[in-house]
Design a protein around this ligand. Structure first.
Ligand code: TTP
Ligand code: MG
Length: 367
């Protein structure tokens, strides 16, 4: 298979880049604890009520020691940690604080790509503070956030977005980690494949079957092997396994859709299997949607994607509300024709903010 040679360092237009990924520490819980310092050493979660089938959005590190985590049902969280204190979510407050965090970022660079309320990529390639040293600058940004907002953040600094994102998790909470260009090769070899964004449970299971645990193992597969086992994701895996990611920090990104999909180890062809898959995918879609802070009103339609064993693809969409689990099931059921499937996906299309065209020349109004 023909493919351009891999660029060993993350270079775009001949320039090595300096990317920082900032991720706030237990964001919603940290905001709540800022107002309730008396609860600091107690297990605290933010989320819904146990009686109303609520779920935990996040919790502090004390609660994490009990096995409480994001997306767990509140009922189960209380079972694991009976003394858990559950505070209600205050989205408007988190949004306001997120805007304040972005104001700090803008003092350092205009190139900011928000991922969720608490997570963003910054491109510091052109930054001249601290002699252009991105690690020192990232430390300063974290310090500003702490001094101005009383919240801690972690950061990853690397020549590309993929490595920066992984690195921000390395010294969490309240820490940072830098991957220098010459360290990429060693860093990536030891990296467990489950740390690669996009490698979910199904891909991970397939990799375990192939005895692939680290990116070093993944590097032994050829591009055609990767295509064979992982479909279109194979090409991306080829790059990521080598620490290569050419994607740019996109400051004007507007999300147009959100979707999740699963390629099966073995094709499925019964409605019962498809239904089970839709249930699992729906749960994942809910988590992703909540984390990206997408309000229900901005969902325009739902869609279901089938990829058949002959690799042909069919997508079906429905724009009539409601957009719940049973609606995804119905859309799939109405379009499933018994052909075996190698992949199933579901997603939402989102309304985008339409920019009103500005009048070309205001003066003409007064003529
Ligand atoms: P994360 O950055 O994933 O988690 P976190 O900031 O709480 O903790 P960490 O220190 O590990 O980064 O998510 C950011 C916020 O998004 C989190 O505070 C709450 C919200 N969220 C949900 O509402 N549902 C979810 O399933 C997840 C994962 C997060
Ligand atoms: Mg976070």
């Amino acid at each position: 298979m023909l493919r351009p040679p891999v660029v060993s360092e993350s270079v775009i237009d001949g320039l090595p880049r300096k990317i920082v990924h900032v991720d706030m520490d237990c964001f919603y819980a940290a905001v709540e604890l800022r107002d309730r310092p008396d609860l600091k050493d107690k297990p605290v979660a933010v989320g819904g009520h146990p009686d109303s089938r609520g779920i935990i959005t996040t919790c502090n590190y004390v609660a994490r020691d009990f096995g409480v985590h994001s997306a767990l049902s509140t009922r189960e969280a209380i079972r694991r940690c009976p003394k858990l204190i559950i505070l209600p979510t205050r989205f408007a407050t988190y949004k306001k604080i997120s805007r304040q965090i972005h104001k700090i970022y803008r003092e350092y660079t205009p190139l900011i790509e928000p991922i969720s309320l608490d997570e963003a990529y910054l491109d510091l390639t052109e930054n001249t503070r601290f002699e252009g040293r991105a690690s020192r600058t990232a430390a300063r940004i974290r310090q500003d956030i702490f001094e101005q907002l009383g919240l801690t953040a972690s950061a990853g600094i690397a020549p590309n977005k993929f490595l920066a994102k992984i690195a921000s998790d390395w010294k969490k909470p309240n820490g940072q980690f830098t991957v220098q260009p010459h360290e990429i090769s060693a860093f990536i070899k030891a990296l467990p494949v489950k740390k690669i964004p996009g490698v979910g449970k199904a891909t991970q299971a397939k990799m375990t079957q192939l005895q692939i645990e680290t990116c070093s193992d993944l590097q032994t597969l050829s591009l055609s092997d990767l295509n064979f086992y992982f479909g279109r994701f194979g090409e991306r895996l080829y790059d990521l396994a080598r620490g290569v990611d050419q994607s740019r920090v996109n400051a004007s990104r507007e999300r147009k859709s959100i979707s999740v999909e699963n390629t099966f180890n073995q094709d499925i062809d019964t409605w019962a299997d498809i239904e089970k898959q839709i249930e699992a995918l729906f749960e994942e879609l809910q988590i992703r949607t909540r984390k990206a802070d997408i309000p229900d009103e901005s969902i325009k339609s739902i869609n279901v994607k089938f990829k058949f064993s002959d690799f042909t693809t069919m997508t079906r969409e429905r724009s009539a509300r409601p957009f719940g689990l049973s609606d995804f099931k119905k859309l799939a059921r109405d379009n499933f024709n018994g052909q075996s499937l190698r992949l199933l996906g579901i997603g939402y299309k989102l309304a985008t903010k339409t920019k009103k065209p500005r009048p070309r020349n205001q003066l003409t109004l007064f003529r």
